[in-house]
Design a protein around this ligand. Sequence first.
Ligand code: F6R
Length: 241
Amino acid sequence: MKVIRTSNYGEMSRTAGELIIEKIRSNQQLTLGLATGSTPKGVYEYLISDHWQNGTSYKNITTINLDEYIGLRNDHPNSYHIFMRKNLFDLLDIPLAETFIPDGTADDLETECLRYENLIKEKGGIDLQLLGIGQNGHIGFNEPGTPFKSRTHIVTLAESTRQANSRFFPSFREVPAQAITMGISTIFESREILLLASGAAKAEAVARLINGDSDENFPASALKLHRNVTIIADEAALKLV
Ligand code: F6R
């Protein structure tokens, strides 16, 4: 794993944004795996301002998101569908039909997981997957203990993950208890992975990722076995390394 140290959140976002733009410029049909949450917001802002200023086009790009809550309609303000539209898709020239997010309202959620796996295959796999990291080491919504061989599946969210995400909801009670997430193996098959981390709250997780062993109790550590992973993190997130 390559580690790029940046001074703060802004520099982390810019560094990641530039890397993504370079990939898009060299492959205009890139399949980009995307994440939600606070961490990638600055990267998305950077991509949007570059699109408007420099004309980088997303007309032929495909995006595939990591996860979605179960039980929130796709137009629910806290759904990841709306998060992605508000923070990225509606501000680029990307056709919405080429943006994919698991459907957490599907009647048959197991079939939805299979459909998502097949979709990723049909699109030729993910060229570049963007990831955040949970304080407990989760990637996507793969909580500690998830087998490294897991594929897209239904998860029950850890209490700590629901607590952390309750900042986006009116109350903790309204944070869904379950989600659909790409599995660790699904993520691992991406040709390249870019993991971002910012802030002191992520310092322990980042230190364990960089210095610890590969262990299913710490999902992000699967990435230690991957050939093409870059961590871009700021000083605060790297303070224990
Ligand atoms: C989001 C996701 C999660 C987040 C992680 C960090 O799609 O899959 O793994 O990346 O929970 O969240 P933030 O960035 O809000 O700290």
